[in-house]
Design a binder for this molecule. Structure first.
Ligand code: MG
Length: 101
């Protein structure tokens, strides 16, 4: 999972916590929370650029987004391999874009 190297909480323990949240509030609610947390990150970045918050405010929202994305992956049952494949594809496209300029 995406947080394996970013959290000291073991993957199986994180999955129990995240599945409990999905079971408690439901898949639709948690998917809406992904949107909400992404918007909070957007606002934090805007506030940082205007000098209203320090970078810790952004880190807090990045953490929220990553936790919600892990839940989104659990809901969607996407495998790590599927995600890695998409990330590699996108990064290769970005590299090509940069090389063409
Ligand atoms: Mg948040």
């Amino acid at each position: 999972m995406i947080l394996d190297e970013l959290s000291d909480i073991p993957q199986n323990e994180r999955e129990v916590i995240e599945r409990s949240a999905i079971n408690k509030w439901g898949e639709n609610s948690q998917m809406l929370m992904v949107v909400e947390e992404c918007n909070e990150l957007s606002v934090a970045i805007c506030h940082y650029m205007r000098g209203r918050v320090d970078f810790i405010g952004i880190l807090s929202e990045i953490s929220d987004v990553l936790i919600m994305i892990e839940q989104l992956l659990l809901i969607g049952c996407a495998s790590d391999e599927e995600l890695k494949s998409q990330i590699d594809y996108k990064l290769r496209n970005l590299k090509k874009l940069l090389e063409n300029k």
